[in-house]
Design a protein around this ligand. Structure first.
Ligand SMILES: Cc1ncc(COP(=O)(O)O)c(C=O)c1O
Length: 443
């Protein structure tokens, strides 16, 4: 957790000024304690639905081995998005039965790969996926637990352009019957769960309600028509990080600096999980769904976002622009969507503040890390700390006009350990074939 002590920013009680002295900026720094607290808070909140809840951490949000290893040791399940990520999850200590797999279109060779690695839990998005799963499962003589992704069709969610795009994914309610029939007809597929996804950083549980209601209704229909009941309902991701704000116009004109006080994000997360679980119990009771299926969620942001910060140094100042040594390449979510808190490493009480635009370090016109941020007067070499930098950052990094920085983990014993080295020439050129003058690969 971030806090100021004697005007110096601390993470989990350790002075960031000292930690920045140990590593070259820019770098990401993760807090093991915050990761574990977030996991425990959400698991505890969601368990209020009656039984233990499954947290299936969505690895694409941040698939650093150092992060996955900690979540595996917390007892988390993991959702993977491609075969290499399955291998990574295995190496980080997730047992195969706690690894799930999903992709918008399932391909035979990929499913083979995943099944051979020991995973037997797959999300299906389309009727054709079920054919692929049945074919591979039959060939390998394995049983696959299937979770059907229910399409996000609710009216409210149609109002957002991002959610409009997500409507291409999953089964419509009217297609579920045929999907269940196909599963029932297979000797190797088992209907295990229903899942949905209502978009990231939903600041209120009511955003989950429409889809939750649809999924509960589908569950009851399946039970009535086929005599089987999915054993799990998966609320998907979308659970927010409470220290991150969606961008709203008034926030652009905000005349105050960012505040650290008064936010216990783990407590807020637990409350959110508890409210979601309560909402689910209500919907299930209303629809006559008894017994209750187990509850699962597939969170990404709520687990890792505020467990990570990015430390970056001011390179130069030009008018209102501060040029930083970090880049939009690995802090890619648009400043038009989200407003991260940004803190100076050293802050003096009562200091006047001024507006800065924050530029990244690549020659990309879009490499802007924020606009109109109120900060104390900056000088070259000052360090800024971007909070909520753990989700969709390093896992989405690009090498456009620059390489990615190091990642460190602040362990519970207070030690800072490098979990990813800064990228170098070999990372840029590694996958390339560089030819010599004769056109043969250089060795
Ligand atoms: C299918 C699915 N599940 C879970 C997640 C994680 O979402 P969040 O980070 O909002 O928790 C995502 C993110 O894109 C997703 O596509």
């Amino acid at each position: 957790m971030l806090s100021y002590k004697d005007g110096v920013l601390h993470l989990d009680g350790r002075s960031l000024k000292n930690l920045v002295g140990e590593a070259e900026t820019p770098f990401f720094l993760f807090s093991e304690a915050q990761l574990r607290d977030n996991y425990a808070a959400l698991e505890h909140g969601l368990s209020q639905a009656g039984g233990p809840a499954t947290i299936r951490y969505c690895a694409k949000t941040n698939n650093e081995a150092g992060v996955l290893r900690i979540l595996a040791s917390c007892g988390s399940d993991v959702m993977t998005s491609h075969p290499a990520e399955v291998q990574l999850a295995l190496q980080c200590g997730f047992p195969p039965e706690r690894i799930a797999y999903q992709r918008p279109v399932l391909k035979v060779h990929e499913v083979e790969n995943v099944l051979e690695a020991g995973t037997t839990f797959v999300h299906a998005y389309r009727q054709e996926d079920l054919e692929v799963l049945d074919k591979v499962a039959t060939r390998l003589g394995k049983e696959i637990r299937v979770s059907l992704r229910v399409r996000n069709d609710s009216f409210y969610l149609r109002l957002s352009p991002l959610n409009l795009l997500s409507r291409r994914l999953g089964f419509q309610e009217t297609e579920i019957d045929a999907a269940v029939k196909r599963i029932v007809a297979s000797q190797h597929l088992k209907l295990y769960a229903l899942n949905y996804y209502c978009g990231t950083q939903q600041e209120s549980t009511t955003s989950f309600q429409g889809l939750m209601r649809t999924v509960v209704r589908i569950c009851v229909k399946i039970k009535t028509r086929f005599g089987i009941a999915p054993g799990e309902i998966n609320f998907g991701g979308g659970i927010p990080s409470h220290s991150l704000n969606r961008m709203r116009l008034p926030r652009l004109w905000d005349r105050t600096g960012d505040q650290l006080e008064g936010l216990d994000s783990a407590l807020a997360l637990e409350r959110f999980g508890r409210a979601l679980a309560g909402q689910f119990i209500q919907e299930a009771h209303k629809a006559g769904l008894d017994p209750l299926p187990a509850v699962a969620a597939e969170p990404g942001r709520s687990i890792v976002s505020n467990a990570g910060v990015l430390l970056t140094r001011v390179h130069a100042l030009e008018g209102n622009w501060a040029f930083l040594d970090a880049s939009h390449n690995y802090l890619g979510e648009s400043v038009l969507f989200f407003r991260r808190r940004i803190f100076p490493l050293v802050s003096a009480a009562g200091q006047r503040q001024q507006y800065y635009h924050l530029s990244g370090n690549t020659l990309n016109t879009m490499d802007v890390l924020d606009l109109r941020r109120r900060l104390p007067p900056l000088n070259p070499a000052d360090v800024l700390c971007f909070a909520d930098a753990g989700a969709y950052t390093i896992s989405r990094a690009s090498r456009y006009a620059g390489l990615s920085p190091a990642v460190y983990m602040l362990q519970r014993d207070g030690a800072m350990r490098m979990i990813r080295r800064p990228e170098e020439f070999s990372d840029l050129a590694g996958p390339m074939t560089i030819l010599d003058g004769e056109g043969s690969p250089r060795v």
